[in-house]
Design a binder for this molecule. Structure first.
Ligand code: KIV
Length: 277
């Protein structure tokens, strides 16, 4: 049975922390589902993680639909959120409704995420009113990276924290079922989490959010060059993959692979006939 919004809200109300991870493909989604991850985000971090861009900005709706539908096919139990890419909801309300609708109709996910606070609250209200669950996202909003001047800690002052709180409250009032807080001081996310009824999901936001999210490839150690303070690696797959590929290449070159065990063989009788061909 797929996780529902009310189950996610119940987790938060009962004080249980919510683990969320990103996924971009079916095989990974199946493993996250098997691990009992209740919330999977098909983030527009797809741009950097899977498509080799240096930001989320070039990611298109078609990219997101293709990868979100793959994740939906892989995970039968998690609540799956599709991330609305840059300029898929900013141009007009009708564009935003059509694009959010594509996530549910074509990709089959259960909700969408979009970045921004008070400015997007009227849109969030519209989407929720039409039955599309929305996760908000404030703090560091990567689609505004050019405006923000880089991946910097947000809301460093009490005055900035108040602006962030007002943004998060506006999203909650508009009907968002949860709000991502990215790269903000732990004290600020604690204060916002205390003030919001809906769960906050933190990334680089300290321990007091109702849930946490990490990008799956970061958690798995796929890119050792990326080591921000907030990131804890739970595996070192970069080295595992590199060394497996190197051993494979050596064995192919030396003839050690494939060996008898990894080859198919015909019967001796049929083999004897080969010389007559
Ligand atoms: O795109 C993404 O992966 C995200 C998370 C980091 C919250 O927005």
């Amino acid at each position: 049975m797929r996780t529902t919004i009310s189950q996610i809200l119940d987790l938060a109300r009962s004080g249980q922390k919510i683990p969320m991870l990103t996924a971009y493909d079916s095989a990974t989604a199946r493993l996250l589902d098997a691990a009992g991850i209740p919330l999977i985000l098909v983030g527009d971090s797809l741009g950097q993680v899977m498509l080799g861009y240096d930001s989320t900005l070039p990611v298109t709706m078609d990219d997101m639909i293709r990868h979100t539908s793959a994740v939906v096919r892989g995970a039968q139990n998690a609540f799956i959120v599709g991330d609305m890419p840059f300029m898929s909801y900013q141009i007009s309300e009708s564009d935003a409704l059509a694009n959010a609708g594509r996530f549910l109709k074509e990709a089959g996910c259960q909700g969408v995420k979009l970045e921004g606070g008070r400015q997007v609250a009227p849109l969030v209200e519209k989407l929720v009113g039409y039955g599309i669950p929305v996760m908000g996202h404030v703090g560091l909003t990567p689609q505004s990276i050019n405006q923000l001047g880089g991946p910097r800690l947000q809301a460093r002052t009490a005055a900035q924290a108040k602006v962030l709180l007002d943004d998060a409250l506006a999203l909650e009032r508009a009907g968002a079922f949860s709000v991502v807080l990215e790269l903000v001081p732990a004290q600020v996310s604690r204060m916002i989490s205390d003030r919001l009824e809906v769960p906050t999901i933190g990334i680089g936001a300290g321990p007091d959010c109702d849930g946490q999210v990490l990008v799956i490839s970061d958690l798995l150690g796929m890119n050792p060059a990326f080591h921000p303070k907030f990131l804890k690696r739970y595996a070192e797959l970069a080295e595992t993959i590199r060394s497996a590929a190197q051993t494979y290449a050596e064995e192919v070159k030396s003839g050690a692979f494939p060996d008898r065990e990894h080859s198919h063989w015909m019967s001796a009788e049929e083999e004897a006939l080969l010389s007559d061909l």
